[in-house]
Structures are given as structure tokens and as C-alpha cells.
Design a protein around this ligand. Sequence first.
Ligand SMILES: N[C@@H](CCC(=O)N[C@@H](CS)C(=O)NCC(=O)O)C(=O)O
Length: 202
Amino acid sequence: MIKVYGDLVSGNCFKVKLILDLTGVAYEWIHTSVMDGETRTSGFLAKNPNGRIPLVELEPGDFLPESNAALYYFAQGSQYWPDDNRAQAEVLQWMFFEQYSHEPYIATSIFKIKFLDKEHELAEELAAARPKGYAALDLMEKALSGASFLVGEGPTIADFALYAYTHRAHLGGFSLADYSAIRAWLDRVRALPGFVAMPPYE
Ligand SMILES: N[C@@H](CCC(=O)N[C@@H](CS)C(=O)NCC(=O)O)C(=O)O
């Protein structure tokens, strides 16, 4: 059985759970905590030298790191990966955008505030991330105004890649109050059959 090393407080890990739940693939979840240093043990580094979760073990000893690589892998043959090359390129465009223009500002702000508990200590860094995170949200809002999903008519892994940290953006100090198209899109993702929510932040 497929194994996923991850922690459900992480949006990157949640992406993998989401695609597996939505496509009905059975998996074993192996809780691996960043905060307890479990991604940096010699045992874990032997599995993923990059020392990060999520990590998928497809077959014993066959490891696939990177959340968006996992989204791609498990979406093959499903409705969440389009057939058309142009649409595939657009899905990838959003997934690269997520890693370069969204996650580095929104996810890292959540981490600094909620997990490191350093909102005051890191106030300058957080303030610098704020306009960049909002720029990513502005771009998504524009794309989703008049569209149900990011690419084409139905949900794709582009939506799942961006759902992960957008629905928790408030935890990083980003308000979605002015983003009605994003909020409606979040609801559409949540309404997909098989969707299982990320556990609430304690
Ligand atoms: N680009 C990677 C990022 C993975 C990542 O940064 N994971 C964090 C948790 S969300 C982690 O494992 N951090 C542990 C560390 O850096 O030591 C992905 O999308 O999977």
C-alpha cells in the first residue's frame, strides 16, 4: 500500500491527502512531525535527502517528494488532470505560481505566526510578505471572477495546489473579506465528492 509521510497541520501534506481521498486511492498515513524534528533524522533523510514532508512511498523504497509532484502523479487518468496539452500547461502554470508566488508568502506567514509563535519577533519579515501574498490573492481573484475553477470548467490539481494554503490564509494574517470569488471557489472545492477537510488548527 502507498505510504504518505506527512503532518496534517501542513497544507503541502494536505494536498496529497486531498488527491488521494478524491481519487479513492488507499494509503497509509505516517505522521511525521516537522516541529518534533522528525523530517531531519538520519532515517528520514535516507528516504528524502531534502528533509521535507510530504513524502510518498509508492512501493517499498520508491520515494516521491514534493506535494505538487504527488498531485500530478495521482491525478493521472482522473478528471483532475485534463487531456488537452494547452490545459495541462495551464494547470502547471498555476502549480508553479503556487510554489513561487503564493506559498513562500502565505504558507510561511502561517508557519511563523501559528507554529513558531513569532508574530512579534518576525514582524518585519511578515510585513514584507504581506503585499506579495496579497498580490497572489489578487491574481487568483481576477482569474476566478466569472470562472468556477482555475482551469477549464471543472476542478483540476491546480485548484487543489492553491486550495491548501488559501483556505488557511487568515492564519497568516491575510483577510479574504475582499475576495468574494476566491471564497466562492473555496466552497466549490469543499463541495467536491470525497472531499475531507484539513483538521482545524488547534
Ligand atoms: N516544495 C515542497 C515544500 C515542502 C515543505 O517545505 N515542507 C515543510 C512542511 S510544510 C517541511 O517539511 N519542513 C521541514 C523542514 O524544512 O525541515 C512541497 O511542496 O512539498
